[in-house]
Write a protein that binds this ligand. Structure first.
Ligand code: CAA
Length: 379
């Protein structure tokens, strides 16, 4: 078993690390406070190829492997999880979904500008009454011959206001249950499609989360992804890869907080010595480093499974479950190590602690990951 990264993977990781330090770190506290979308930074991320990392270069992407994507996600998330969720959704839910299941026309029209970062995309599954219970879709897409007529509301949509292209999961035939669900590509500006108010969130406050309203929206049939009734499987397959991205985001949030706590503990003195020399703190750091390395290995294993074309439903769910819960525990510890300083904004760790929480919720809560894992090991 070879754990060595390739030169290319190291180069990508280092480029992401540099970008995070020089472009994302300045202003990250203010963006969080003002709930300001990192528009300029996301534009630069697109130019550097971070928004379509795994997409085939024939469609404007970087043609990189999932391991490289995980490495870059960790580095970006160490500094700015609001930017990394945009990156995660665009790469693993939108670009991957279109590249894997879209028609050639859909790829030419939508994937190329999405992978180059010219525009960004959103993935719209959650509804006011369908979060974890994703088959209970109330948004309808009624078949009208050459088009679908879409009605309903989507909730908690990442990139909701800033996206140009939305992959929207809708129920076409209720009698067929999840086999009557379709995934449709809907463009911003289509008549009857409205973006609702921006959510005022606990964490990832720089990201742009909205509800969306569809009122008699006409969507041409050629905008359906896959065969009639493929929408739920599309969502599940896409989310399986998305979960690797969010696991890497959680890993990055935790390792960012750990690095800050490590540095602080070697500078701050109490009872005549650096606090890192007190066993109470040293043992915390030891636990954090061990848990972070465990999460990193789970993330890389899931990415490797995907790159090797093995099934990654189980490894992706395990990586997300562990990394998200680990990020929550360890960001709380990072605040604790910082003491009073950890409780104020300038030291970053309180933001990372707030950002960590969402990784236990979106793209399948920790409880949903346990459903996926237990079903997989019991089947
Ligand atoms: N790959 C392919 N097919 C899959 C699959 C997978 N990974 N998982 C399930 N399916 C298929 C099943 O095989 C089944 O099809 P058949 O009947 O043909 O066999 C069908 O999907 C229904 O599956 P289940 O019977 O298992 O469905 P369920 O109602 O028990 O739910 C669930 C399964 C895993 C709980 C699912 O509902 C789920 O993942 N829920 C969470 C949804 C979620 O992650 N939401 C996040 C929102 S998106 C987001 O957060 C993005 C963002 O903006 C950051």
């Amino acid at each position: 078993m070879d754990f060595t990264l390739t030169e290319e993977q190291i180069m990508i990781r280092d480029a992401a690390r540099d970008f995070a330090k020089t472009e994302l770190l300045p202003g990250v506290i203010e963006r969080d406070e003002k709930q300001q979308f990192p528009a300029e930074q996301i534009k630069k991320m697109g130019e550097l190829g971070f928004l379509g990392m795994m997409t085939d270069p024939a469609y404007g992407g970087g043609g990189m492997d999932t391991v490289s994507y995980v490495l870059a996600m960790e580095e970006i998330s160490k500094v700015d999880a609001s930017a990394s969720v945009v990156m995660s959704v665009n790469n693993s839910l939108v670009c991957w979904g279109l590249e894997t299941y879209g028609t050639e026309e859909q790829k030419q029209k939508y994937l190329i500008p999405l992978a180059t970062g010219e525009i960004i995309g959103a993935f719209c599954l959650s509804e006011p009454e369908a979060g974890s219970d994703a088959t209970s879709q109330k948004t309808t897409a009624i078949d009208k011959g050459d088009h679908y007529l879409v009605n309903g509301t989507k909730n908690w949509i990442t990139n909701g206001g800033t996206a140009s292209v939305y992959l929207v999961i809708c129920q076409t035939d209720i009698d067929k249950g999840h086999k009557g669900i379709n995934a449709l590509i809907i463009e911003k500006g289509t008549e009857g499609f409205e973006v609702g108010l921006k959510e005022n969130k606990l964490g990832i406050r720089g990201s742009d989360t909205h509800s969306l309203m569809f009122n008699d929206v006409k969507v041409p049939k050629e905008n359906r992804i896959g065969e009639d009734g493929f929408g739920f499987k599309f969502a599940m397959k896409t989310l399986a890869g998305g979960r690797i991205g969010i696991a890497a985001q959680a890993l990055g949030i935790a390792s960012g907080a750990y690095e800050l706590a490590l540095q602080y503990s070697q500078e701050r003195k109490a009872f005549g010595k650096e606090i890192s020399k007190h066993q109470a703190i040293a043992f915390k750091l030891a636990d954090m480093a061990t848990e972070i390395e465990t999460a990193r290995l789970l993330c890389l294993k899931a990415a490797w499974d995907k790159d090797e074309k093995k099934n990654y439903d189980l490894s992706g769910a395990m990586a997300k479950l562990y990394a998200a819960d680990m990020a929550m525990r360890n960001t709380v510890e990072a605040v604790q190590i910082h003491g009073g300083y950890g409780f104020v904004k300038e030291y970053h760790v309180e933001r990372l602690m707030r950002d960590a929480k969402i990784t236990q919720i979106y793209e399948g809560t920790s409880e949903i990951q346990k459903i996926v894992i237990s079903r997989s090991i019991l089947k």
